[in-house]
Design a protein around this ligand. Structure first.
Ligand SMILES: *Cc1c(COP(=O)(O)O)cnc(C)c1O
Length: 399
């Protein structure tokens, strides 16, 4: 019999009932080190006291009014995000995939209102992930995810990452823009080089295309800066954000320059919930924490502490781990053992991590994780590796 919750996920058999900072507590009484952060969502950890206070205060005041009226918390949030990014304007939605879809609409509309109605295609990248709605899915391009859902939405091409010539050759008179994750998450923590992003910027400028970043998992401090594009210094025209934005309350947005957003006039897009008083109160609180002087210095210091530890794990366990990847707290360990087995082993030992493509285990602690808890996590990964090694030795002895 089907489960009441539709079984579209192969879920791990654990139910968490409480979270505190970088720890999760399950109904089985066990405590887990959280190196998942709800897949780059709980960047400030669980139940951050400042966020809890904000949520409780706002919950007692006002939750939702619809977008028929001005939303004070949303206006404040947008002004702050605009002041702290390349963008001039933004639209609030409820998830990452919605942010992608909104950005796609904005790009097509821009081309339409600037006299290029034929331009609607986006150049995307192999192993990308942009979400599960029908256009976001076509932009993702993963055959397995697309199978059985009818013809994929038209207008999404896929180039290999970090290959400028292929992208340049794909541009034709129907191309509207380029959609790229500065660091692919699901794809296996694969980075777009700064020089490649510069090339994409110049291709866009040369051919009148818009550059669209998917910073849904790279944003909100995951890489040690508010936005990951700050590392390369190459700004986009359009950007989708979500995950870390509300630290767990569902909120996303697409942001754009005034020029790129010129077609988005009244009536062109909408969302009933998008940016309601409750979620934007929490997102403002997230920014209060992140924009406090010195916050990202601390994040980068702790990330700089963590990274060499991962490299050392790879060096110490060459038969189990192949490589450490990533930037800031957006890290991954490519495994020689099946990554799914590693995830299960880590869970057994008291740690939760997400998996990614290319046999990678993602290492996504909350960006606020204290050094002592990072050490605890490293010790668990070390123990898991030793378990795999001794299992191999035993198998050899038995052979
Ligand atoms: C998670 C993610 C999405 C989709 O976000 P949802 O909120 O699940 O719709 C899109 N792009 C990237 C890069 C993501 O990591």
């Amino acid at each position: 019999m089907v489960t009441a919750v539709m079984p579209t996920y192969a879920r791990k058999d654990v139910v968490f009932e409480r979270g505190e900072g970088s720890y999760l507590f399950a109904t089985d009484g066990r405590r887990y080190v959280d190196f998942t952060s709800g897949i780059a969502v709980n960047n400030l950890g669980h139940c951050h006291p400042q966020l809890v206070r904000t949520l409780q205060d706002q919950a007692a005041k006002l939750w939702h009014t619809s977008n028929l009226f001005r939303v004070g918390n949303g206006e404040k949030l947008a002004e702050r995000l605009v002041a702290n990014s390349f963008a001039d304007t933004m639209f609030f939605c409820n998830s990452g995939a919605e942010a992608i879809e909104g950005g796609i609409k904005l790009i097509r509309k821009y081309q339409y209102v600037t006299g290029n109605p034929k331009r609607y295609k986006l150049i995307c990248f192999q192993a990308a992930f942009h979400g599960r709605l029908l256009n976001a899915l076509a932009a993702t391009g993963n055959e397995k995810y697309l199978e059985g859902f009818g013809p994929p939405a038209a207008g999404y091409l896929h180039a290999p990452l970090n290959n400028t010539n292929v992208v340049r050759d794909m541009v034709d008179d129907e191309t509207a823009g380029i959609l790229v994750e500065p660091i692919q998450g699901e794809g296996g923590v694969r980075e777009a080089n700064a020089s490649f992003l510069r090339d994409l910027r110049s291709i866009c400028d040369e051919f009148g295309l818009l550059l669209f970043y998917d910073e849904i998992h790279t944003g909100f401090g995951r890489t040690g800066k508010l936005w990951s594009y700050e590392h390369s210094g190459v700004a986009p025209d359009v950007m989708a954000i979500a995950k870390g934005m509300g630290n767990g309350v569902p909120i996303g947005a697409f942001m754009a320059t005034e020029k790129a957003a010129q077609g988005m006039v009244p009536g062109t897009h909408g969302s009933t919930y998008g940016g309601n008083p409750l979620v934007t109160a929490v997102a403002n609180s997230v920014l209060d924490v992140m924009l406090a002087p010195g916050f990202f210095d601390g994040v980068r210091e702790r990330a700089a502490y963590l990274r060499p530890k991962l490299d050392k794990l790879v060096k110490d366990h060459p038969s189990v781990l192949a490589e450490a990847r990533g930037t800031g707290f957006l890290l991954g360990l490519r495994c020689h053992v099946p990554a799914g087995d590693m995830v299960l082993k880590l869970q057994e030992l008291g740690m939760v991590v997400p998996i990614a493509g290319e046999n990678v285990v993602r290492v996504f602690p909350p960006i606020t994780t204290p050094v002592a808890v990072l050490d605890e996590g490293i010790a668990i990964i070390d123990a898991a590796c030793r378990d795999f090694e001794s299992a191999t030795v035993k198998a050899k002895e038995n052979a």
